[in-house]
Each structure stands twice: as structure tokens, then as C-alpha cells.
Design a protein around this ligand. Structure first.
Ligand code: EPZ
Length: 430
């Protein structure tokens, strides 16, 4: 397994290109199943999760062609994928594939929307929580799907096709909102979705569905109104910039010090995070290139954070923020309200000498003057990069193990960091 060696102490200076959002690219790769035409996606990030989803879609008979760089495209632009689901040859999503990439469970939506039948493995839990799918199944039921759960699979049918209905989500869920949208666009009649998630990635997917001929009102709000259409057609779409990657690099620069421009960043999707980081002592300005992050002389100041559905502070930046707070001048409190086990990074941060006390879903971080490099282990996607944040400021050498977690969601992290002065090297290992 690959490892990453980091020697702390270098400041970061220069330009980092922000990739397309993983959590938009994944659902955007699924919605072409709703049409026989080709959907072209630009700025797709080069990630393990994207490659895994390609394998799952090909299992359904979806053709995915990686097009070369567009003329004039910047050298760091993401990939262009041409996705064609001329026919769906298999409506089963098997356990061995779905269990490796949970979001592939979302194929339930287009399979039911287009084929009226689906057999999809339950995704199971993961390191950060049990990850139930009851709200996704609620959405399908409200659209007329008849479902049974047998031997770990959801077996769903809608002989006469899905029909529009009213879906109220008692809890905000990104995945449930995606699946409800994907199923409703081809349902007979109108659908209303109440208490929908409003993450920018959902807006990105909804905007692509509209380009494909879907009728959706209220995009970006908690109340969506969909008028079912008989078919959708092809479209071309560019994946929105990754706000989680942007926030992560802002915190990497904040911890290491320096002056970094995050090219392509969409500051408008990170309002709460930018305010929080400015209160923590980072100087953040936005320009037409993206975002500029400098660490002013005040050092890192302690700030309390509670994670919340968008537009609140994202749970996907909680671990990274904790990494930054380990060297704040004082005590900060971090409350995780979305997932029940998203503090796996605490024990690993402690190996650097961080002083963090956990009580239920609250972590109390006592800032320390110094961190020391150590051998540490990545436990889940976002936790892994919180260790990189600590390692950049730690004295001495850090070896980060189980880097495959990092590769799921951060494109070429060591290349992007090295290019702005970090001493980061990937060591390929068996
Ligand atoms: C999406 O996961 C993201 N994944 C997650 O990012 C992100 O952390 C999460 O949304 C919250 O923002 C992708 O977009 C691929 P949820 P999702 O449904 O849809 C509970 C990353 O690091 N819930 O919004 O699975 C659930 O347990 C990943 O990129 C139910 O109870 O999350 C959680 O407590 C990690 N029943 C809360 O809702 C359900 O049916 C929010 O989950 C569904 C969810």
C-alpha cells in the first residue's frame, strides 16, 4: 500500500488548481442512465471513486469514453467523459461493487425512473457511521415503487412506471434528495420534495438535468417541484469546483503559513467556511481567479464550530478544521451533528502531540505550541487529510499510511502540495 512522507516546516506559496467536485461528479455520472443519448461531462476529477463508479455503470451496460483534452483547455483541467446509456442491459447492482462505493446505491433512482425495476445491494455502513438508506427508500415509495428487502438487496418494481407524489424528508439527506430527483424527472405527473438538501452539488446535478430536458423548479432551495417528462436527451455539463477540496487547501495553507491562490475555487459555495477561517486568523480574499489565502501574523485563533447541512459548516471539513485547531492559541469546541462516528482522526492527531478531549459528539481541542512528526494511519477519506494538515506544521517527518483513503477524494494531493513548496513524497509500496 502506498504511503506519503511529509517533512513539516515549509510554507506554501503559489497557485493550486481546484478540481471538479467528487460529490457532484458521482451523481452527474449516474444521471445519464436516464436517457439513451450521450451526456458529456467536463472537469471530472481523477479519483478512485470516479473509476470505481465507471466500473459499476459499465456493469449496467453504460458506455463511458474518456475524451482527450479539449483544445485550449488548461493543462490541469479535469477529464472529459462521454457517457451513453443507449440501453440498460442489467438492472442489478451487485454487493461486490456497491459495497466499495456507497454512492453507487443511487443508481436505484435512474433504474426505477427509466426501467421501472431495480435490484440494488444495500451499501452497508462505513468508518464514519451506519449510513442508513431509509430516506432514499421513503422517496422511492412515495413515487409508487413497490420494494422488498431480501438477502441484503433492495428489490424494487413499478410496473406502470413511477408516478409523481409528495416527498417530505424528516431529516435533510443529500443522497435521498439526489435519488428523489433522479426518479421524479421521468415519473408520470408532478412531484414535490419538501426539506430537500441544498448542497451546491445537488444544484449542479439539477442544472444538468434541466439541460437534459427535465422540468425542475426551486433549484437551490429546500422545496423542489418536478414535472415529470416522457424522456430526457443528451447534454454537455462542466462539473462544479470542489468546495471541500477548496476548504481543505485553505486550511493546509492556513496551517503551514504562506500565500496561496486556489484557482477555480467557487467562494460563493463556502460562505460559512470562509467566515470561520477568517475568524481563525486566515486572510481570505476572493477574485475572478478564485480564492487567495494568506496567514496573517496573528497566528491561528481558536474558533468553535458545529457541523450542519448546507449552508452550514460542512461535516466533510470537520476533520480538516480540527487539524488546524490543534495549534490554535487557545481552546476550541467542534461538534459533529451529521455522522455518529466522525472523530476517528482524533487518536491519530494525538500521535503528533495534539491535545483533544472527546465527549460524545463534541471534541474540545486545546491548542499546543508544537506538533512532532509521527507514523499515522488514514482511517477515512476526510480524516486522512486532517493528518496532512498537522504534518505540514509538525517538526520532523511524518509517514502517512493507508493512503488509498486519500486517493478516493483528493486528486494528486502530493503533486498539488509539492508544487507550492511542501516537502511531500508518495512512496509506492506493496
Ligand atoms: C453525502 O453523503 C456525501 N457523499 C458525504 O460526503 C457527506 O458527508 C454527506 O452527504 C453529508 O453532507 C456524497 O455526496 C457521495 P446524507 P450521504 O444522506 O448522502 C442520515 C465525503 O467525504 N441518513 O446527507 O450519504 C445519515 O446517516 C462523503 O465525500 C439517514 O438517516 O449523506 C447522516 O446522519 C462522506 N437515512 C445524515 O442523514 C438516510 O436514508 C446525512 O446523510 C440517509 C441519510
Amino acid at each position: 500500500m502506498d504511503r506519503i512522507r511529509i517533512r513539516g516546516g515549509n510554507k506554501l506559496n503559489g497557485v493550486i488548481n481546484i478540481s471538479g467536485a467528487k460529490n457532484a461528479a458521482l451523481p452527474l455520472m449516474i444521471i445519464p442512465m436516464l436517457t439513451a443519448d450521450t451526456v458529456t461531462l467536463h472537469n471530472v476529477p481523477r479519483l478512485a471513486d470516479v473509476r470505481q463508479l465507471q466500473r459499476i455503470l459499465q456493469n449496467h451496460g453504460v458506455d463511458i469514453m474518456t475524451a482527450g483534452k479539449r483544445a485550449g483547455a488548461a493543462e490541469n483541467a479535469g477529464e472529459t467523459l462521454k457517457i451513453s446509456a443507449k440501453s440498460i442491459v442489467d438492472t442489478t447492482a451487485p454487493y461486490e461493487l456497491v459495497s466499495k462505493m456507497r454512492a453507487s446505491f443511487w443508481v436505484l433512482g435512474p433504474l426505477m425512473g427509466r426501467m421501472g425495476e431495480a435490484k440494488v445491494s444495500l451499501p452497508g455502513g462505513c468508518a464514519i457511521g451506519t449510513r442508513p438508506v431509509d430516506l432514499l427508500l421513503l422517496a422511492m415509495e412515495k413515487l409508487g415503487a413497490e420494494m422488498v428487502i431480501e438477502q441484503g438487496y433492495v428489490i424494487a418494481k413499478a410496473k406502470k412506471g413511477l408516478k409523481g407524489g409528495h416527498i417530505f424528508f424528516p431529516k435533510v439527506s443529500v443522497g435521498a434528495t439526489h435519488v428523489a430527483l433522479m426518479a421524479a424527472v421521468l415519473a408520470h405527473g408532478d412531484t414535490t420534495i419538501e426539506n430537500a438538501a441544498t448542497e451546491p452539488e445537488i444544484t449542479d446535478v439539477a442544472e444538468c438535468l434541466v439541460k437534459m430536458g427535465a422540468k425542475i423548479e426551486g433549484i437551490g432551495t429546500r422545496n423542489l417541484n418536478i414535472t415529470g417528462v416522457t424522456s430526457l436527451h443528451g447534454a454537455e455539463h462542466t462539473v462544479v469546483a470542489d468546495r471541500i477540496e477548496t476548504g481543505t487547501y485553505a486550511m493546509l495553507a492556513g496551517m503551514a503559513g504562506g500565500d496561496v491562490t486556489l484557482r477555480g475555487a467557487r467562494a460563493d459555495t463556502l460562505a460559512d467556511v470562509i467566515l470561520t477561517l477568517q475568524r481563525a486568523g486566515l486572510e481570505i480574499t476572493t477574485n475572478n481567479e478564485g480564492m487567495r489565502v494568506k496567514r496573517n501574523g496573528s497566528g491561528i485563533l481558536p474558533v468553535d464550530v458545529t457541523t450542519d447541512p448546507y449552508p452550514g459548516f460542512p461535516t466533510d471539513l470537520q476533520a480538516q478544521f480540527m487539524g488546524l485547531m490543534t495549534m490554535a492559541k487557545g481552546k476550541s469546541h467542534i461538534r459533529e451533528t451529521i455522522f455518529e462516528n466522525r472523530f476517528m482522526h482524533v487518536q491519530e492527531l494525538a500521535r503528533f502531540g495534539a491535545d483533544i478531549r472527546v465527549n460524545g459528539n463534541m471534541a474540545e481541542v486545546h491548542g499546543v505550541q508544537k506538533l512532532t512528526g509521527a507514523d499515522v494511519m488514514a482511517t477515512d477519506l476526510r480524516a486522512s487529510v486532517s493528518l496532512v494538515i498537522a504534518a505540514l506544521a509538525a517538526e520532523g517527518e511524518t509517514m502517512l499510511h493507508r493512503v488509498y483513503h486519500l486517493d478516493r477524494g483528493f486528486e494528486d494531493l502530493e503533486g498539488k502540495l509539492s508544487a507550492v513548496g511542501a516537502d511531500v513524497t508518495r512512496i509506492s509500496g506493496a
